[in-house]
Design a protein around this ligand. Structure first.
Ligand SMILES: *Cc1c(COP(=O)(O)O)cnc(C)c1O
Length: 370
């Protein structure tokens, strides 16, 4: 008997998505003007508990816009975690600036606040902490550090919609924050992104930069060089519908995580997971397991074994400092350990308890057959 493949990720579009998209088509508002853009921005700002949200065409452009808004210039140094998705480092490079990598914490994947100070020089301007896989970075310590050193912070919250720290949601901790709405994120607009901030002047500047730099009061007058990073009304229409059901999306993913916890319990000697710090209200973007011993070869073999059993997985991100554009001699032992031992398991709203059990049993079978 052959079982259906279990995919790593898939969007859930079971609310008003179709209705709102058809409304865009029926009314001819398919480009980057239309009622859904403002409605989506307002609702997302409310969701994060911030004053302003500026929607963009993807999460990378949101992050690029944010660092441009922070005034990053060639030669500036920006502290970023080495363990992240490459967009975090790339947007710094887009500005001609230098991403300076910082190791993960010993007990969490996120940037270690205790290691920030050792990387500061007179060219350091800011920090981009990433709330990796839905677990918030410790913004209390990072904000304090930034204040003491005259630095800004931009949260890369691409993977952490709805996560919080001591009850206050991510997106409102840094000078600004960015989110992604790619198809595999917690909510999606197909491709899409957004910047959130409480700073009205920054919000205004980001709107200007997003729309080619055109003066809002004088058409075809461009006081600055901007970008076309606009979100379309169709994307925003999908996003608004997704926001209407985001609580359910977050709830479903944490339920999947609790099923994984339950079914993977017998594998406690072989694998571990990252614990949630007591001050954090994490969300589950994806569920990761880490092999207790063995390196990349064993990890890749386990993934191949799962693939044969019809389970799609992927490796935890490679640290930036091992990738060709950012290769360094320096070692970042915690990030390297997480990266070489980590497997991302299927995590999406369409998974049943039975699916999760099958993934867990397949992992058990794969590891026991080594
Ligand atoms: C997804 C992601 C991005 C980029 O978002 P896109 O919408 O894919 O451009 C940036 N940072 C992190 C940490 C991400 O996971």
């Amino acid at each position: 008997m052959s079982l259906d493949r279990i995919s790593l990720a898939q969007p859930t579009l079971d609310g008003n998505e179709r209705k709102y998209v058809l409304d865009c088509l029926d009314t001819n508002w398919i480009s980057s003007i239309g009622k859904y853009i403002g409605a989506f921005e307002e609702r997302f700002a409310d969701f994060c508990g911030v004053e302003h949200a500026i929607a963009t065409n993807n999460g990378t452009t949101a992050l690029h816009l944010a660092v441009v808004g922070m005034g990053v210039e060639p030669g500036d140094e920006i502290l970023v975690p080495t363990l992240t998705y490459i967009a975090t480092a790339n947007v710094v490079r887009y500005c001609g600036a230098v991403p300076v990598f910082v190791d993960s914490s010993p007990n969490a994947l996120n940037i270690d606040p205790e290691q920030l100070a050792q990387h500061v020089t007179d060219r350091t301007r800011g920090v981009i902490p990433v709330h990796l896989y839905g677990q918030p970075a410790d913004m209390r310590k990072i904000s304090e550090f930034c204040k003491e050193n005259g630095l800004w912070s931009v949260e890369d919250a691409a993977e952490a919609h709805g996560a919080g720290i001591e009850g206050k949601r991510v997106g409102g901790w840094g000078h600004c924050a960015t989110f992604s709405f790619f198809g595999n994120k917690i909510i999606t607009t197909g491709e899409g992104g957004i910047v959130t901030t409480d700073d009205p002047e920054l919000a205004q500047q980001l709107r200007l930069l997003r729309g080619q730099g055109m003066d809002p009061d004088r058409r075809y007058w461009f006081p600055v060089i901007g970008y076309n990073y606009r979100m379309t009304n169709i994307q925003a229409a999908i996003g608004l519908a997704q926001l209407e059901t985001i609580d359910r999306a977050i709830e479903a993913r944490s339920e999947i995580a609790s099923w994984y916890d339950e079914f993977l319990c017998p594998l406690g000697d072989e694998i571990t997971t990252v614990a949630d710090p007591p001050w954090a209200q994490s969300v589950v973007w994806v569920y990761n397991v880490f092999l207790r011993d063995g390196g990349e070869t064993e990890r890749d073999a386990a993934m191949a074994g799962l693939d044969e059993l019809g389970i799609e997985t992927r490796p935890v991100f490679y640290p930036m400092h091992v990738l060709p554009p950012y290769r360094e001699e320096a070692t970042y032992p915690h990030a390297e350990r997480w990266a070489r031992s980590g497997i991302t398991l299927p995590t999406h709203q369409g998974l049943s308890r039975l699916d999760v059990e099958r993934v867990a049993r397949s992992l058990e079978q794969t590891l026991r057959n080594r």
